[in-house]
Design a protein around this ligand. Structure first.
Ligand SMILES: [Zn+2]
Length: 132
């Protein structure tokens, strides 16, 4: 026992996005539908929960917003990705966590300074991610 859960923070307001084992985001689709999404924060898990009246089409691009300060979480480095901060309490490290804004796209990147790790079957080379 004693394994501390990771924390996930909004990069703008530093508010906690993880609640009850999920990451909570306010989202808006390209069709201008708005809704809350709860993502599994585990790297490599891509399931999400949503209200039945709010659904995503596969491949649809979704804008993720902080539910606390409403900042748009689109990554400055690549507009196809959203970025939040991941705090690993075990080793007191902060990471940037990038995930695809496309529904159904399985790619996640974790960045700690110069080190980048890619996860997911749709993940491309990180050089394509940041230096297109
Ligand atoms: Zn925020």
């Amino acid at each position: 026992m004693g394994m501390k859960e990771n924390d996930y923070l909004c990069p703008k307001c530093k508010g906690h996005l993880n609640v009850g084992g999920s990451l909570v985001f306010a989202t808006e689709t390209h069709r201008k539908h708005k809704g809350l999404i709860m993502l599994n924060p585990k790297i490599g898990e891509y399931d999400y929960k949503h209200h039945p009246n709010f659904s995503l089409e596969k491949g649809e691009s979704v804008d993720f917003h902080c539910p606390i300060c409403h900042a748009n979480l689109t990554a400055a480095k690549n507009k196809d990705y959203a970025m939040i901060l991941m705090v690993v309490n075990e080793d007191n490290c902060d990471y940037e966590l990038y995930f695809s804004k496309k529904a159904g796209n399985k790619s996640t990147y974790v960045v700690a300074k110069e080190e980048i790790e890619a996860f997911g079957e749709d993940a491309m080379d990180y050089e394509d991610l940041f230096y297109e």
